[in-house]
Design a protein around this ligand. Structure first.
Ligand code: NDP
Ligand code: 8X3
Length: 251
Protein backbone atom coordinates (compact mmCIF):
# COMPACT_ATOMS: atom_id res chain seq x y z
CA UNK A 1 0.00 0.00 0.00
CA UNK A 2 1.39 3.37 -0.98
CA UNK A 3 1.13 6.70 0.80
CA UNK A 4 -1.02 9.46 -0.69
CA UNK A 5 -0.38 13.17 -0.09
CA UNK A 6 -3.53 15.28 -0.38
CA UNK A 7 -3.48 19.07 -0.18
CA UNK A 8 -6.56 20.84 1.19
CA UNK A 9 -7.79 17.84 3.17
CA UNK A 10 -9.67 19.81 5.85
CA UNK A 11 -12.96 19.91 3.92
CA UNK A 12 -14.80 19.13 0.69
CA UNK A 13 -13.06 17.05 -1.96
CA UNK A 14 -9.76 16.70 -0.09
CA UNK A 15 -11.42 15.34 3.03
CA UNK A 16 -13.57 12.92 1.01
CA UNK A 17 -10.50 11.77 -0.94
CA UNK A 18 -8.69 11.13 2.36
CA UNK A 19 -11.55 8.97 3.66
CA UNK A 20 -11.76 7.03 0.39
CA UNK A 21 -8.04 6.19 0.27
CA UNK A 22 -8.02 5.59 4.03
CA UNK A 23 -10.91 3.15 3.74
CA UNK A 24 -8.88 1.26 1.14
CA UNK A 25 -5.98 0.92 3.59
CA UNK A 26 -3.63 3.60 2.25
CA UNK A 27 -1.48 5.68 4.57
CA UNK A 28 -1.99 9.41 4.19
CA UNK A 29 -0.31 12.78 4.42
CA UNK A 30 -2.92 15.49 4.82
CA UNK A 31 -2.38 19.22 4.49
CA UNK A 32 -4.32 22.40 5.17
CA UNK A 33 -4.24 25.62 7.15
CA UNK A 34 -6.84 24.74 9.78
CA UNK A 35 -4.82 22.68 12.26
CA UNK A 36 -7.82 21.86 14.51
CA UNK A 37 -9.61 20.22 11.59
CA UNK A 38 -6.48 18.38 10.50
CA UNK A 39 -6.01 16.95 14.00
CA UNK A 40 -9.67 15.85 14.19
CA UNK A 41 -9.60 14.19 10.76
CA UNK A 42 -6.23 12.53 11.45
CA UNK A 43 -7.48 11.01 14.68
CA UNK A 44 -10.73 9.77 13.14
CA UNK A 45 -9.00 8.20 10.13
CA UNK A 46 -6.47 6.42 12.32
CA UNK A 47 -9.20 5.05 14.55
CA UNK A 48 -11.56 3.99 11.74
CA UNK A 49 -9.07 2.49 9.33
CA UNK A 50 -5.97 1.67 11.43
CA UNK A 51 -3.73 3.51 8.97
CA UNK A 52 -0.80 5.91 9.40
CA UNK A 53 -1.74 9.57 8.97
CA UNK A 54 0.64 12.51 9.04
CA UNK A 55 -0.79 16.04 9.14
CA UNK A 56 1.15 18.98 7.76
CA UNK A 57 -0.17 22.39 8.62
CA UNK A 58 0.88 25.00 6.06
CA UNK A 59 -0.33 27.58 3.57
CA UNK A 60 0.39 26.50 -0.02
CA UNK A 61 0.96 30.16 -0.96
CA UNK A 62 4.10 30.37 1.15
CA UNK A 63 6.90 28.71 -0.79
CA UNK A 64 9.29 28.55 2.18
CA UNK A 65 6.58 27.00 4.39
CA UNK A 66 5.82 24.43 1.69
CA UNK A 67 9.50 23.53 1.38
CA UNK A 68 9.91 23.25 5.16
CA UNK A 69 6.79 21.15 5.61
CA UNK A 70 7.64 18.63 2.88
CA UNK A 71 11.22 18.49 4.11
CA UNK A 72 9.98 17.62 7.59
CA UNK A 73 8.38 14.36 6.41
CA UNK A 74 10.40 11.51 7.95
CA UNK A 75 12.42 9.64 5.29
CA UNK A 76 10.70 6.29 5.98
CA UNK A 77 7.35 7.94 5.13
CA UNK A 78 8.77 9.93 2.20
CA UNK A 79 9.91 6.80 0.44
CA UNK A 80 6.37 5.39 0.40
CA UNK A 81 4.73 8.41 -1.31
CA UNK A 82 3.42 7.48 -4.76
CA UNK A 83 0.49 9.84 -5.28
CA UNK A 84 0.16 13.60 -4.92
CA UNK A 85 -3.36 15.04 -5.10
CA UNK A 86 -3.11 18.78 -5.77
CA UNK A 87 -6.54 19.74 -4.47
CA UNK A 88 -6.11 22.87 -2.28
CA UNK A 89 -7.80 25.76 -4.02
CA UNK A 90 -10.56 28.31 -3.91
CA UNK A 91 -12.62 30.93 -5.65
CA UNK A 92 -12.96 34.33 -4.01
CA UNK A 93 -15.64 36.73 -5.22
CA UNK A 94 -17.97 36.65 -8.20
CA UNK A 95 -17.49 40.09 -9.75
CA UNK A 96 -17.18 41.09 -13.38
CA UNK A 97 -13.59 41.92 -14.30
CA UNK A 98 -14.17 45.71 -14.18
CA UNK A 99 -15.27 45.41 -10.55
CA UNK A 100 -12.62 42.89 -9.56
CA UNK A 101 -10.83 43.11 -6.22
CA UNK A 102 -7.06 42.76 -6.42
CA UNK A 103 -6.79 40.87 -3.13
CA UNK A 104 -9.32 38.28 -4.41
CA UNK A 105 -7.32 37.89 -7.63
CA UNK A 106 -4.09 37.43 -5.69
CA UNK A 107 -5.60 34.83 -3.37
CA UNK A 108 -6.87 32.75 -6.29
CA UNK A 109 -3.73 32.95 -8.39
CA UNK A 110 -1.41 32.44 -5.42
CA UNK A 111 -3.35 29.40 -4.17
CA UNK A 112 -4.63 27.68 -7.30
CA UNK A 113 -1.62 28.22 -9.54
CA UNK A 114 1.48 29.13 -7.51
CA UNK A 115 0.55 26.93 -4.54
CA UNK A 116 0.06 23.94 -6.83
CA UNK A 117 3.45 24.62 -8.39
CA UNK A 118 5.23 25.00 -5.02
CA UNK A 119 3.85 21.70 -3.71
CA UNK A 120 4.58 19.90 -6.98
CA UNK A 121 8.16 21.22 -7.02
CA UNK A 122 8.81 19.59 -3.64
CA UNK A 123 7.05 16.34 -4.46
CA UNK A 124 8.38 15.66 -7.97
CA UNK A 125 11.89 14.64 -6.79
CA UNK A 126 10.30 12.29 -4.24
CA UNK A 127 8.00 10.74 -6.87
CA UNK A 128 10.95 10.37 -9.27
CA UNK A 129 12.99 8.62 -6.60
CA UNK A 130 10.18 6.31 -5.48
CA UNK A 131 9.00 5.28 -8.98
CA UNK A 132 5.40 4.66 -10.12
CA UNK A 133 4.48 8.24 -9.24
CA UNK A 134 1.16 9.89 -9.98
CA UNK A 135 0.12 13.54 -9.79
CA UNK A 136 -3.61 14.21 -9.75
CA UNK A 137 -4.54 17.85 -10.26
CA UNK A 138 -8.00 19.05 -9.30
CA UNK A 139 -8.94 21.53 -12.02
CA UNK A 140 -12.54 22.47 -12.86
CA UNK A 141 -15.12 22.87 -15.61
CA UNK A 142 -14.20 26.53 -15.02
CA UNK A 143 -10.86 25.56 -16.59
CA UNK A 144 -12.62 24.35 -19.72
CA UNK A 145 -15.01 27.27 -20.34
CA UNK A 146 -14.92 30.76 -18.79
CA UNK A 147 -18.28 31.95 -17.49
CA UNK A 148 -19.72 35.35 -16.58
CA UNK A 149 -17.98 36.86 -13.51
CA UNK A 150 -15.72 33.83 -13.23
CA UNK A 151 -12.75 35.62 -14.86
CA UNK A 152 -9.73 35.09 -12.56
CA UNK A 153 -11.00 31.84 -11.03
CA UNK A 154 -11.59 30.48 -14.55
CA UNK A 155 -8.14 31.69 -15.61
CA UNK A 156 -6.51 29.98 -12.63
CA UNK A 157 -8.23 26.70 -13.50
CA UNK A 158 -7.30 27.05 -17.17
CA UNK A 159 -3.75 27.34 -15.85
CA UNK A 160 -4.15 24.11 -13.86
CA UNK A 161 -5.47 22.39 -17.00
CA UNK A 162 -2.46 23.62 -18.94
CA UNK A 163 0.00 22.67 -16.18
CA UNK A 164 -1.43 19.15 -16.14
CA UNK A 165 -0.67 18.87 -19.86
CA UNK A 166 2.84 20.27 -19.39
CA UNK A 167 3.62 18.08 -16.38
CA UNK A 168 2.52 14.99 -18.34
CA UNK A 169 4.98 15.85 -21.11
CA UNK A 170 7.90 16.89 -18.89
CA UNK A 171 7.57 13.94 -16.52
CA UNK A 172 7.28 11.25 -19.22
CA UNK A 173 10.91 10.12 -18.78
CA UNK A 174 10.23 9.36 -15.11
CA UNK A 175 7.07 7.32 -15.63
CA UNK A 176 5.05 9.77 -13.55
CA UNK A 177 1.38 9.76 -14.50
CA UNK A 178 -0.49 13.06 -14.52
CA UNK A 179 -4.27 13.14 -14.33
CA UNK A 180 -6.36 16.29 -14.64
CA UNK A 181 -9.76 16.08 -12.98
CA UNK A 182 -12.29 18.78 -13.85
CA UNK A 183 -15.42 18.71 -11.69
CA UNK A 184 -18.49 20.86 -12.17
CA UNK A 185 -20.76 22.21 -9.43
CA UNK A 186 -20.20 20.34 -6.17
CA UNK A 187 -21.59 21.19 -2.75
CA UNK A 188 -18.62 21.68 -0.43
CA UNK A 189 -17.39 24.78 1.40
CA UNK A 190 -16.40 26.17 -2.00
CA UNK A 191 -19.28 28.68 -2.36
CA UNK A 192 -19.15 29.68 1.30
CA UNK A 193 -15.51 30.68 0.72
CA UNK A 194 -16.30 32.29 -2.63
CA UNK A 195 -19.06 34.43 -1.06
CA UNK A 196 -16.89 35.26 1.96
CA UNK A 197 -19.01 33.50 4.58
CA UNK A 198 -22.46 34.38 3.20
CA UNK A 199 -24.20 31.03 3.82
CA UNK A 200 -27.49 32.08 2.19
CA UNK A 201 -25.76 33.06 -1.04
CA UNK A 202 -23.71 29.86 -0.96
CA UNK A 203 -26.76 27.64 -0.42
CA UNK A 204 -28.57 29.27 -3.37
CA UNK A 205 -25.91 27.99 -5.78
CA UNK A 206 -27.01 24.40 -5.15
CA UNK A 207 -30.79 24.89 -5.00
CA UNK A 208 -33.10 23.26 -7.56
CA UNK A 209 -30.82 20.41 -8.66
CA UNK A 210 -28.66 17.68 -7.17
CA UNK A 211 -25.02 18.79 -7.25
CA UNK A 212 -21.94 16.59 -7.02
CA UNK A 213 -20.64 15.69 -3.57
CA UNK A 214 -17.09 15.30 -2.33
CA UNK A 215 -17.57 11.54 -2.28
CA UNK A 216 -18.29 11.51 -6.04
CA UNK A 217 -14.96 13.15 -6.74
CA UNK A 218 -13.17 10.87 -4.28
CA UNK A 219 -14.44 7.80 -6.18
CA UNK A 220 -13.08 9.19 -9.45
CA UNK A 221 -9.71 10.14 -7.93
CA UNK A 222 -9.41 6.67 -6.43
CA UNK A 223 -10.30 5.02 -9.75
CA UNK A 224 -7.73 7.16 -11.59
CA UNK A 225 -5.07 6.19 -9.05
CA UNK A 226 -5.94 2.50 -9.36
CA UNK A 227 -5.41 1.91 -13.09
CA UNK A 228 -2.63 -0.49 -14.16
CA UNK A 229 0.95 0.85 -14.37
CA UNK A 230 0.76 1.24 -18.18
CA UNK A 231 -2.55 3.16 -18.15
CA UNK A 232 -2.86 6.88 -17.44
CA UNK A 233 -6.20 8.69 -17.38
CA UNK A 234 -5.23 12.09 -18.73
CA UNK A 235 -8.28 14.29 -18.32
CA UNK A 236 -11.61 13.62 -16.67
CA UNK A 237 -14.55 16.04 -16.74
CA UNK A 238 -17.23 15.17 -14.20
CA UNK A 239 -20.50 17.04 -13.69
CA UNK A 240 -23.74 16.20 -11.95
CA UNK A 241 -26.45 14.91 -14.28
CA UNK A 242 -28.22 18.29 -14.23
CA UNK A 243 -25.14 20.08 -15.61
CA UNK A 244 -23.76 19.84 -19.16
CA UNK A 245 -20.90 22.32 -18.85
CA UNK A 246 -20.17 25.76 -17.34
CA UNK A 247 -23.14 27.26 -19.22
CA UNK A 248 -25.95 24.72 -19.11
CA UNK A 249 -27.55 23.74 -15.83
CA UNK A 250 -31.05 22.28 -15.71
CA UNK A 251 -32.88 23.42 -12.56
P1 NDP B 1 -13.47 23.51 0.09
O1 NDP B 1 -13.50 24.95 0.40
O2 NDP B 1 -14.44 22.62 0.78
O3 NDP B 1 -12.00 22.93 0.33
C1 NDP B 1 -10.85 23.65 -0.06
C2 NDP B 1 -9.62 23.07 0.62
O4 NDP B 1 -8.47 23.79 0.16
C3 NDP B 1 -9.68 23.20 2.13
O5 NDP B 1 -9.21 22.00 2.72
C4 NDP B 1 -8.72 24.34 2.42
O6 NDP B 1 -8.07 24.11 3.67
C5 NDP B 1 -7.71 24.20 1.28
N1 NDP B 1 -7.01 25.46 1.02
C6 NDP B 1 -7.54 26.60 0.51
N2 NDP B 1 -6.60 27.56 0.47
C7 NDP B 1 -5.46 27.02 0.98
C8 NDP B 1 -4.15 27.51 1.22
N3 NDP B 1 -3.81 28.77 0.92
N4 NDP B 1 -3.23 26.69 1.76
C9 NDP B 1 -3.56 25.42 2.07
N5 NDP B 1 -4.77 24.87 1.85
C10 NDP B 1 -5.71 25.68 1.33
O7 NDP B 1 -13.68 23.41 -1.49
P2 NDP B 1 -13.64 22.15 -2.49
O8 NDP B 1 -13.40 20.90 -1.78
O9 NDP B 1 -14.82 22.27 -3.36
O10 NDP B 1 -12.38 22.54 -3.37
C11 NDP B 1 -11.27 21.70 -3.59
C12 NDP B 1 -10.72 21.96 -4.97
O11 NDP B 1 -11.69 21.62 -5.94
C13 NDP B 1 -10.36 23.42 -5.24
O12 NDP B 1 -9.16 23.44 -5.99
C14 NDP B 1 -11.53 23.93 -6.08
O13 NDP B 1 -11.16 24.99 -6.90
C15 NDP B 1 -11.86 22.68 -6.87
N6 NDP B 1 -13.18 22.58 -7.45
C16 NDP B 1 -14.31 22.74 -6.68
C17 NDP B 1 -15.55 22.58 -7.26
C18 NDP B 1 -16.81 22.80 -6.49
O14 NDP B 1 -17.86 23.10 -7.12
N7 NDP B 1 -16.83 22.62 -5.19
C19 NDP B 1 -15.69 22.20 -8.67
C20 NDP B 1 -14.44 22.09 -9.37
C21 NDP B 1 -13.24 22.25 -8.76
P3 NDP B 1 -7.78 25.24 4.77
O15 NDP B 1 -8.83 26.29 4.64
O16 NDP B 1 -7.82 24.49 6.06
O17 NDP B 1 -6.41 25.72 4.44
C1 8X3 C 1 -16.04 25.12 -9.27
C2 8X3 C 1 -17.15 24.92 -10.23
O1 8X3 C 1 -18.72 26.18 -11.82
O2 8X3 C 1 -18.49 27.03 -9.56
O3 8X3 C 1 -14.81 25.00 -9.89
O4 8X3 C 1 -16.70 27.29 -11.16
S1 8X3 C 1 -17.78 26.41 -10.72
Amino acid sequence: MSTILITGATSGFGKAIAYKFGSEGHDLILTGRRSDRLAEIEEDLKEQFKIEVLSLNFDVRDQKEVEKAIDSIPSEIKKEIKVLVNNAGLAVGRDTIDKGIVDDWDRMIDTNVKGLLYVSKELIPILKENGDGHIINIASTAGKESYLSGNVYCASKHAVDSLSKSMRIDLLPFGIKVTNIAPGLAETEFSLVRFKGDQEKADKVYQGFEPLRGEDIAEVVFYAASTPKHVCLNDIVITCTAQANSFYLHK
